[in-house]
Design a protein around this ligand. Sequence first.
Ligand code: HEC
Length: 109
Amino acid sequence: MVMTLCAFAGVASAQTHPTGAEVASIGRGRVLAEENCARCHAIGESGESTHPGAPAFRTLSSRYPVADIAEAFAEGVRVGHPDMPEFQFQPRQIDDLINYLQSIQRPQH
Ligand code: HEC
C-alpha cells in the first residue's frame, strides 16, 4: 500500500509541479519581489497591499497576461507607477519575477 501511494505521488508531482529549475527561479523571483515590491504590493497568496491602489500581485492576471509585464520591464517601462522607483532588472531577473508572479496567480474563472 505504501509503495502504491509513493508511486502515485511521484506521477502526480511530475505532472502538476514545476521542475527543479522552475522552483529555483520562482524562489529567486520571490526574493526580488520581497526586496523591491513588497513595501507597496501584497506579493504573496494572501494579504493586502500596503500602498493604496497598488494591486495585489496574485490578482495581476485578471488585468492582463502576466507575460506582458515581462515585456514592460524588459523595455524599461514603468508600468503606470506614480510612486514607483525605476527598476533596472536583468533579463534573467525578469524571468524569475515573472515565474514567481505566475506561480501565485489565482485560478481564472
Ligand atoms: C512605491 C510603491 C511601489 C513599489 C515599490 C512597486 N509598486 Fe507596482 N504599483 C504601485 C502602485 C501605486 C500601482 C498602481 C498604479 C496605477 O494603477 O496607476 C502599481 C501597479 C503595478 C502593476 C500594475 C500596472 C498596471 O498598469 O496595472 C504592476 C505589474 C506592478 N505594479 C508591478 C510591480 C513590481 C514587479 C514591483 C517590484 C519590482 C513594484 N510594482 C513595486 C506602487 C508600487
